[in-house]
Design a protein around this ligand. Structure first.
Ligand code: PMP
Length: 416
């Protein structure tokens, strides 16, 4: 699904979104939250004078806001390749989207995930979910899933629904998972598949139809839109049959006088009770529209060049050890986690911030099972006994420059 890396970068503007930033601050923490795009800020500023209720008023302001909200839904759906019959449900973020789907599963559904997932794609799933070990390479993931699904349909729970829930790109390693192949395997066994695209969507086109994926979740704040908006996109049947995620106004088509006399709406409204986050939806749609019009192959090539520079530079530092699941040359987005042997990661991160105005993340990245495993594997691979118990993560975005990467490398090379 990623554009080829070896196409020469087109002389495109490096940043088509006009990502905002603060001069002098080097932000290498895009995987946590990306800075806001000017496109999003402009869309919000344009709508602010019209600010009025959505789906709840007859006035001109309200009608315009309702239209803007529904257009935003269409734009975001188009951006991720939503098909006829898919619902585009606005949520707060990826965590909210995955929880929504978890609540909408038909009774008896088994969820199959890998242990490398972010907590948002591990913890919402019901008891009885299957957590497969982290594979050694992408082909291993496909094989492991095929074996697990064959066993489920043959022996364990024949005839019951199965949902495979996988990340598109790891928030720890940046490694890209073979989503299209996993979807093929899932469908061959009659299962459905959710892709957690929180980290993939900011770096590469994600198209539900092209990947043949059933559900997709993403967060606006990782996609250069403001906090507070995400989406769950995918097949409508389970969602329309499920109890509403939130009960309240907007999610109903009829409420009678008797307690519990209620008909719930179908479609996205069923799970969007309460006054919606219009500005968030419009901001996210503005980013999607800008990215849809951008030369994403060129952006990808530019990011890959920066990522190679960063990884080569880290590899040249004798005490730095990169964390990875797959072989070193497996496809990745612009995220690298690493440790500095003999150094506490929180101390290194604090020093980068205080002495160099470089922002990175430290810790276990809300993926404790994976991060702990990669730390112990890194110790085994390098034979070093002085690796710290938590890691550092540098993540690139549209505004990142070679100078930013070099500043991080120089700062790490000159730690006192
Ligand atoms: N999945 C992945 C892969 C992530 O990186 C994140 C955020 N770190 C999430 C899910 C959760 O996103 P949010 O915090 O926006 O709900």
């Amino acid at each position: 699904s990623l554009p080829a890396v070896d196409t020469p970068p087109a002389p495109a503007r490096p940043d088509p979104l006009g990502v905002l930033g603060v001069p002098g601050e080097i932000n290498l923490d895009h995987a946590a939250s990306a800075p806001c795009a000017r496109a999003a800020a402009d869309a919000v500023a344009e709508l602010l004078p019209w600010y009025a209720s959505v789906h709840r008023g007859a006035g001109a302001l309200s009608r315009r806001c309702t239209l803007a909200y529904e257009r935003a839904r269409q734009t975001v759906g188009d951006f991720v390749g939503a098909r006829a019959g898919d619902h585009v449900i606005f949520t707060r973020n990826t965590t909210d989207s995955v929880n929504l789907l978890a609540r909408a599963l038909p009774a008896g559904t088994t969820v199959v995930t890998f242990a490398g997932e972010h907590h948002a794609n591990l913890l919402p799933w019901p008891r009885g979910s299957v957590r497969l070990p982290v594979p050694a390479d992408p082909a291993g993931a496909v094989r492991a899933l095929a074996a697990a699904l064959a066993e489920l349909s043959r022996d364990a729970r024949p005839g019951l629904p199965v949902l495979v829930a996988v990340t598109g790109a790891s928030n720890v390693t940046g490694e890209v998972w073979p989503v299209a192949e996993l979807a093929r395997v899932a469908h061959r066994h009659g299962a459905r598949i959710l892709v957690d695209a929180a980290q993939l969507a900011p770096h590469a086109p994600v198209d539900l139809a092209a990947l043949d994926v059933d559900y997709l979740a993403l967060s606006g704040h990782k996609l250069y839109a403001p906090f507070g908006t995400g989406v769950l996109v995918g097949r409508g049947d389970w969602l329309d049959a499920a109890a509403p995620y939130l009960a309240g106004g907007g999610a109903t088509s009829h409420v009678g006088p008797a307690t519990h006399e209620v008909r719930w709406a179908t479609g996205p409204a069923r799970h969007e009770a309460g006054t919606p986050n219009l500005l968030g939806a419009v901001a996210l749609a503005a980013v999607c529209a800008a990215l849809a019009g951008a030369d994403r192959a060129a952006l990808h090539a530019r990011e890959q060049a920066l990522l190679s520079r960063l990884r080569r530079g880290l590899a040249a530092l004798p005490d730095v050890v990169e964390l990875r699941t797959f072989p070193a040359d497996a496809p990745r987005v612009g995220i690298v986690s690493f440790v500095v042997a003999g150094r506490d990661s929180a101390d290194v991160a604090a020093r980068l911030a205080a002495a160099h105005r470089i922002g990175v993340r430290d810790g276990l990245f809300c993926a404790h099972p994976l991060a702990r495993r990669l730390l112990s594997e890194a110790a085994a691979r390098t034979g070093r006994t002085d690796l710290p118990p938590t890691a550092l993560r540098a993540s690139l975005g549209l505004g990142t420059t070679e100078a930013d990467v070099d500043a991080l490398l120089t700062a790490l090379a000159t730690l006192p």
